[in-house]
Ligand binder design. Structure first.
Ligand code: NAP
Length: 306
């Protein structure tokens, strides 16, 4: 594969895929680097209903369409892990597990990764009861009790999804009110299989070979109790995948990339798009908007550079 491009996009979620589509349609030689299958986090979501024009369907289906659309216009794809980047100057160098790639413009669209509970048992039972993906692992818990931790859209939507398989779903949240969108909350409150455990945090995950119970503490009265479950699905938010940037572009105190409305970062020729950017709303629709804007701004930047 060629190593020199006009535009390199790091990350193949909706932001990166949309940037690929727009970059290629602008006739930029565009390469998208993704360490796994394209799609990002939304590809592991069973049900998407708030992306305009896509009434309902799986996240995987939606991102398959986006990927095919970007490929149709010529976006090149490689599956590789980015190990290092050199973003200063006119030639940006991206080092990956598959070699080095160069371009004068780069779009950072690496998204975020699941935040961990960091409690005893979480690592030990990972893949043996602890999961960060209900769509991937939910079916293993047919007629068994499971727990979801968190109170945002992801936790509540995935709790509803898990009711298809599980005998019962305990939703453990650290406060007594959910953060999730109201329509999603209503569905969860109305569901007979979902039992809410308010004002509570996970202290420990226990079992023998497989996960058997979770120790939960009430943060208001300090009471500790054990809940017998075979699965724990952790949905307590995300952390930005910006570690490899090692301070080359300006980040927020939480590690998100700071970019302006043109998606320009603190470095010329380097743009940011999607969930890894400091922003108000992290959804497919805003990721796609970021990706389109970033590619358009990159095109203008390259025109001025020539
Ligand atoms: P989120 O909105 O940040 O919610 C994280 C939840 O985890 C919050 O309820 C938070 O509690 C709780 N939490 C955070 N740290 C915790 C800890 N250390 N221990 C226990 N609980 C903790 O994250 P998300 O639900 O993963 O969603 C991420 C983004 O994707 C959001 O912008 C969301 O709207 C979006 N999203 C959208 C959809 C959709 O549109 N259908 C679906 C999924 C996700 P507090 O409430 O007390 O802070």
């Amino acid at each position: 594969m060629e190593n020199n491009y006009d535009l390199i996009i790091i990350g193949g979620g909706p932001a990166g895929l949309t940037a690929g589509l727009y970059g290629s349609r602008a006739k930029l030689r565009t390469l998208l680097i993704e360490k796994m299958l394209a799609g990002g986090q939304i590809a592991t979501t069973d049900h998407v209903e708030n992306y305009p024009g896509f009434m309902t369907g799986s996240g995987q289906k939606l991102t398959e369409i986006m990927e095919n659309q970007a490929k149709k216009f010529g976006t090149g794809f490689i599956m590789a892990e980015v190990t290092d980047v050199h973003l200063a100057g006119n030639e940006k160098i991206i080092s990956t597990s598959q070699g080095q790639y160069k371009a004068p413009a780069v779009i950072l669209a690496m998204g975020t990764s699941s935040r961990k509970l960091n409690v005893p048992g979480e690592e030990q039972f990972l893949g043996r009861g602890v999961s960060f993906c209900a769509t991937c692992d939910g079916a293993f818990f047919e007629d068994l009790p499971v727990m979801v931790v968190g109170g945002g859209d992801a936790a509540v939507e995935e709790a509803i999804y898990l009711t298809r398989f599980a005998e019962k779903v305990f939703l453990v949240h650290r406060r007594d009110a959910l953060r999730a969108t109201k329509v999603v909350q209503e569905r969860a409150f109305a569901h007979e299989k979902i039992k809410f455990v308010w004002d509570s945090v996970v202290d420990e995950i226990q079992g023998e070979n497989l996960l058997e119970r979770v120790v939960v503490k009430n943060v208001k009265n300090g009471r500790v109790k054990e809940i017998a479950v075979n699965g724990v699905f952790v949905y307590i938010g995300f952390l930005p995948n910006t570690g490899f940037l090692s301070g080359q572009v300006q980040l927020s105190e939480n590690g998100y990339i700071i970019a302006n409305e043109r998606m320009e970062t603190s470095l010329p020729g380097v743009f940011a798009a999607g969930d890894c950017r400091q922003k108000l709303l992290r959804q497919v629709v805003t990721a796609a908007g970021d990706g389109a804007t970033a590619a358009f701004a990159a095109e203008k930047y390259l025109e001025e550079l020539r």
